[in-house]
Design a protein around this ligand. Structure first.
Ligand code: NAD
Length: 529
């Protein structure tokens, strides 16, 4: 395994000050906080301090909600064209400022440049999608009234109000902003808590949103512990959009249920890939590298279980392991590295524990398997295991790291059963003949199924709804569903000439007989819709 270790530095900043204190202060001033308390963040590349981040209190969250509720009706009444224009301007600003955004993503998460670029791409695609689609999404539709001509129905989608967004550290740019774009597009306002590990990236994105024309109180950020500040948000929001672990998501769902507010939960996964008979082994091996090790496997849709048909298992294993062993690792802000660092000591601990436990329970390490403190405090090699038994923790539990296990299958029914094992249902991948893969997709319990791709075909296609089945979540981001989750549907019915209950002068019995006659006629009438 080749390695590169480059000391991180942001363009223009000295190597020992990855983000200048002035720039960090400029960004953190966007946080709503009156406590005077700060928390120091550090970069996973070296463990060195990055920024002093103000901590918010529950009363700061109260203030944020007061300001949000004050501005929401005005924001909802801005022209759809103006809101769409702001999203399209954000698209341009994200592309124009991509270098600083990628520096910050990398410094806060430890990922490589190309994985940081995936976030820039996803955010720009999302901004363009909702910017271009907003006129269609925000429009009302005419419905069919109970009495043709006499009853007019119009269906509107009105904003919920204040949306609370709680986001994780693993995709600090796009998980912070992309989910909220359809919320503000629909006329809602946002109070958000980014993860404590990655506030600078979220704040740099917020700065661009404001440059694009979105007023400050329309999207506010608070910061602090999830159990304090996150809970305060859930207690006041009209809708919650949460991305994170299944354990935290379950607690949030309980709180939201007590308040009878809606929520979308994008949670964990233990995602399978199936390599079918007839698959191109080299292409499948190449695809598996990207599917398993993007952002060092700290990606909700990352593949952690690889099921390969008996007929090509040995060839696939050799091609895959050869590629994984050749991957370069390092802390570089350049484009030259294949995999970066894990984000924290606790992530390193989980990955190390899962590998050691699997080996103790009979697994064989085919590639990687070691921490790399010579590269940085939290580096771990991309790791491939074989012979993992059910007793191993990583057999069914999410690792959320660069660890994948290889298994064989004899026929496609067995592959489907293996892919559906366990409690999760977020993402799945199938490599092989397209016809067979398409036929299998509906049998897989996963919110997204990618054919001849790991996750990018669905994740990158922002018109495609994305989310989990089973314990991987509820609700969908992206596409029309990602927009309508933030709206209440309101039907307006206008009655003309006669009341629905009939004219006062006509007794109920003959009126019922007329209605019965009309129902029978209508039942036989062909209605084209
Ligand atoms: P986490 O649940 O610990 O934290 C996520 C966010 O929730 C953070 O901002 C955190 O501060 C906040 N939080 C923590 N406790 C809270 C509470 N009691 N109330 C309110 N907010 C609280 O998750 P994590 O470990 O940071 O992220 C990794 C997990 O996220 C993995 O399981 C991964 O699969 C999942 N994830 C899912 C998706 C998806 O789209 N499905 C995307 C990214 C990550």
């Amino acid at each position: 395994m080749s390695t590169t270790s480059v000391r991180p530095s942001v363009s223009g900043a000295p190597a020992d000050a990855p983000v200048s204190a002035a720039r960090a202060a400029e960004l953190t001033s966007l946080i709503r906080s009156t406590t005077g308390e700060v928390r120091t963040t550090s970069t996973p590349f070296t463990g060195e301090a990055l920024a002093e981040v103000p901590v918010s209190s529950p009363s700061d969250v109260d203030d944020a909600f007061d300001a949000a509720r004050a501005i929401q009706p005005r924001w909802a009444s801005t022209a759809v064209r103006d809101r769409a224009g702001m999203l399209l301007r954000l698209h341009d600003l994200v592309l124009a400022h991509q270098n600083e955004l990628m520096d910050l993503i990398q410094l806060e998460s430890g990922k490589t440049r190309k994985h940081a670029y995936d976030e820039v791409l996803h955010l720009a695609l999302t901004a363009r999608y909702y910017g271009r689609r907003l006129r269609h999404l925000a429009g009302s539709r005419r419905g069919v009234g109970v009495f043709p001509f006499l009853t007019q129905i119009t269906v509107h989608h009105v904003p919920k109000g204040v949306v609370g967004i709680i986001s994780p550290w693993n995709y600090p740019l796009t998980m912070a902003l992309a989910d909220g774009l359809p919320a503000i597009a629909a006329g809602n306002v946002v109070v958000q808590k980014p993860d404590s590990q990655s506030p600078l990236t979220a704040l740099a994105a917020l700065e661009l949103l404001r440059k694009a024309g979105v007023p400050a109180d329309v999207w506010q950020m608070v910061s602090g512990a999830g159990s304090v500040v996150g809970t305060a948000i859930v207690q006041q929001a009209d809708y919650i959009c949460f991305t994170g672990s299944t354990a935290t998501g379950t607690g949030i769902a309980k709180l939201a249920a007590e308040r009878l507010i809606g929520y979308s939960l994008e949670l964990g996964g233990k995602n399978p890939m199936i390599v079918l008979p007839g698959a191109d082994v080299e292409k499948a091996a190449e695809g598996a590298v990207g599917a398993c090790f993007s952002s060092a496997g700290q990606l909700c849709v990352s593949i952690e279980r690889l099921y390969v048909h008996d007929s090509l298992y040995d060839d696939f294993r050799d091609a895959f392991v050869r590629r994984v062993r050749a991957m370069s690792l390092g802390a570089s802000l350049d484009w030259d590295v294949d995999m970066g660092s894990l984000v924290s000591a606790s992530q390193l601990e989980t990955v190390t524990k899962h590998v050691d436990d699997a080996v103790a329970n009979g697994a064989t390490v085919l590639a990687g398997g070691r921490a790399r403190p010579d590269l940085g405090p939290y580096f771990f090699e991309p790791t491939v295991l074989e012979d993992v038994t059910e007793a191993a923790e990583c057999f069914a539990d999410e690792t959320f790291g660069p660890l994948v296990s290889l298994y064989r299958f004899a026929d496609v029914d067995e592959a489907v059963a293996l892919a559906n094992a366990g409690e999760y249902g977020l993402n799945a991948s199938i490599f092989g003949p397209v016809g067979l893969a398409r036929a299998l997709a509906p049998r897989i319990k996963a919110g997204t199924v990618n054919v001849n791709e790991g996750f990018g075909a669905t994740f990158g296609s922002v018109d495609a709804p994305m989310g989990g089945m089973r314990t991987s979540g509820t609700g969908r981001r992206q596409g029309e569903e990602g927009y309508y989750r933030y709206t209440e549907t309101q039907s307006v019915g206008v009655q003309r000439l006669l009341p629905v209950a009939g004219p006062a002068a006509v007794p109920a019995k003959p009126y019922a007989a007329v209605l019965t006659f009309l129902l029978r006629v209508l039942r036989r009438t062909t209605v084209r819709r």
